[in-house]
Design a protein around this ligand. Structure first.
Ligand code: GLC
Length: 404
């Protein structure tokens, strides 16, 4: 069987890590399958996939197409940008379609909204969407996907929360299966090398690790660090990561966050390390890992990763993130966007090393039980088989008509 994966970007954000983990697990579960990946830009996703034995290529998206996708509920801005990008979208789509035709996959598995649409409209073979986001949080896209759902055979949702949201949009038209994200537990483990954060002796290191999407709550975190309750403790804050996506408007720049820290008078209390390609090493160097998303979190990979690394985790309770931990047992939950409750949690965990140790141990146990990527391959393969069993056999129509 030949599966073609389509992903818009090639930088390693959460969705790309999940794609890589699924590919790694599928290679083991189904060693005879041919896996091929096309992305809309060049980048580390392709290099990493290639190392797993996946054949890779880039069908490069034009800049205006790559930048689509950061307008959230602002329908008129999204519409205007889509209209502007239309000629490029058509050209990019045509190039992609040629490659799909040449590769002749048995099934296409798309990640990312743009590829969901392109996959649905460009291919003759069965298509499966992998939903990493809440469909309803992107008003225009939700409409476009709704119109396209009849052309695809099924969807995988990364959490029950995302599945529930998708069912509201697609109803019974689309079979939706939840496959909870998973991670590489060999990489994300309690024991292993740790980054050198250059911390002063005796400080408690508390940090966020991840991309700079605005809704990930960096500002909430900075304000919590500036809160008198946290100022009174011997914590050092860390912001580890950078803006990795090409979508305009949707991310903080490093300068913006630095200025925000300066205006909160946090100069010597927070360190910006920049992007790291080794998130596990960064997490192991922290005592407390903070997840602070201010909007509904579809899954929240960083929570699972930090639990697996045996860290004390503080996580904003919303969406799929709430499915990952039991509040007070394997992580501490806070209200999304609530600076006071985040400051209180940081103060509390800073004061009690034993509590951090307890959370770290139970978090690692939960991660071992629930987030091992080895289950991804079999779960996804089973879904493909189910989807394909319900399809009539399809043919490549262009070839038949040109042969006639
Ligand atoms: C997206 C979601 C995030 C999830 C990741 C992997 O980035 O926003 O919650 O963890 O995809 O599925």
């Amino acid at each position: 069987m030949r599966i073609l994966y389509l992903n818009p970007g090639a930088q390693l954000g959460g969705a790309e890590r999940v794609l890589l983990d699924s590919l790694a697990s599928l290679r083991i579960a189904e060693p005879d399958w041919e896996l091929h990946l096309i992305s809309g830009e060049l980048g580390p996703l392709l290099t990493e996939a290639q190392k797993l034995g996946v054949s890779v290529e880039c069908v490069r998206f034009s800049e205006s197409v790559a930048q689509l996708g950061s307008f959230g509920t602002d329908v008129s801005a999204a519409l205007a940008a889509s209209v502007r990008a239309l000629p490029q979208l058509v050209a990019n789509g045509a190039a992609l379609k040629r490659r799909i035709r040449a590769l002749r996959p048995d099934l296409i598995h798309t990640h990312g909204f743009k590829m969901h649409l392109l996959g649905a409209w460009l291919s003759d073979c069965p298509v499966v969407w992998h939903l990493h986001d809440f469909v309803t949080s992107r008003a225009l896209m939700a409409k476009a996907l709704q119109r396209s759902a009849g052309r695809v055979r099924g969807a995988i949702a990364v959490s029950e929360s995302v599945a529930h949201d998708a069912r509201k949009v697609f109803g019974r038209n689309l079979p939706i299966r939840t496959v909870l994200n998973a991670i590489d537990l060999k990489r994300f483990a309690r024991i292993g090398p740790a980054a050198d954060l250059n911390a002063k002796e005796g400080v408690v290191r508390v940090g966020m690790v991840g991309t700079f999407a605005r809704w990930k709550g960096h500002e909430t975190f900075l304000r919590a660090l500036a809160h008198p309750r946290v100022r009174a403790t011997n914590t050092q804050g860390y912001i580890i990561g950078g803006p990795v996506y090409r979508t305009a408007n949707s991310q903080w720049t490093l300068d913006e966050l630095r200025n925000r820290a300066r205006s909160l008078d946090l100069n010597d209390r927070v360190t910006f390390t920049g992007f790291t390609a080794k998130p596990a090493e960064a997490m192991r160097a922290l005592d407390i890992v903070v997840h602070a998303s201010t909007e509904r979190e579809p899954f929240g990979l960083v929570i699972a990763e930090a639990m697996a690394c045996g860290r004390a985790v503080i996580a904003a309770k919303s969406g799929g993130a709430e499915e990952l931990f039991r509040d007070g047992i394997d992580a501490i939950g806070t209200e999304p966007g609530d600076v006071d409750s985040l400051a209180e949690a940081i103060e509390n965990l800073t004061a009690f090393a034993g509590r951090r140790e307890f959370l770290g141990r139970s978090g690692a146990q939960t991660a071992a039980q629930n987030f091992d990527r080895q289950r991804l391959g079999p779960q996804i393969a089973e879904f493909y088989r189910q989807v394909l069993a319900q399809c009539e056999s399809f043919t490549y129509t262009a070839e038949i008509s040109s042969a006639a």
